[in-house]
Design a protein around this ligand. Structure first.
Ligand SMILES: [Zn+2]
Length: 183
């Protein structure tokens, strides 16, 4: 977000009686609390999705519909990872994933690990598995494809896993990771 510097032209009064006081910058902000709020908090119960390729971090958030999640959601991206270069992490408080959601995540983040958190500890660690067939998850990018014009579920075959390449069962349109739009 662009910060707008608004510099009001200070009106100086010639009168000696009127002193110009510099404006104090919010003396109310309690520093400790502020620091605490800025840290990404651990979650006591829920799911942490780790090792997401940075450019897929927000796709994962979209898949899980986190915009409407009522619990804690923290999304971090562009973190250093020895394994995958730059990675993203998504933490979701009070949510466990369905198999369907895990399968969807595998499409955009084939190396992701899903950690199930109970009482602040990792209770289970699941490595996602890229599917061979993707049913009714991805929208076909071909506007004349039957799946975009009739009530037909989409179906794609995974041609290549990394980088992802998929092919529409109906119109044979090939799509890469950047074309993927989750239904
Ligand atoms: Zn198609």
């Amino acid at each position: 977000m662009a910060k707008r510097k608004s510099k009001k032209s200070s009106r100086k009064t010639k009168s000696k009686a009127a002193k110009i006081r510099p404006k104090k910058i919010s003396a109310f902000a309690p520093q400790d609390e502020l620091k605490r709020e800025l840290k990404i908090s651990a979650i006591d119960e829920g799911t942490v999705i780790d090792h997401i390729p940075s450019d897929s971090t927000f796709k994962v958030a979209e898949i899980l519909n986190l915009e409407n999640h009522k619990g804690i959601v923290s999304i971090a991206t562009n973190l250093q990872s020895k394994r995958i270069g730059k990675k993203g992490i998504v933490k979701v408080g009070g949510k466990s994933l369905t198999q369907e959601e895990v399968n969807k995540i595998a499409i955009v983040a084939p190396d992701a690990t899903v950690n199930i958190i109970k009482n602040y500890y990792v209770k289970e660690k699941i490595k996602v598995k890229s599917p061979d067939v993707i049913d009714n998850v991805v929208k076909c990018s071909n506007p004349v494809c039957v799946t975009n014009n009739e009530k037909v579920n989409t179906r794609f075959y995974v041609v290549k896993k990394d980088p992802l390449k998929i092919k529409c069962h109906y119109c044979e349109r090939g799509m890469g990771k950047e074309d993927i739009e989750i239904i």
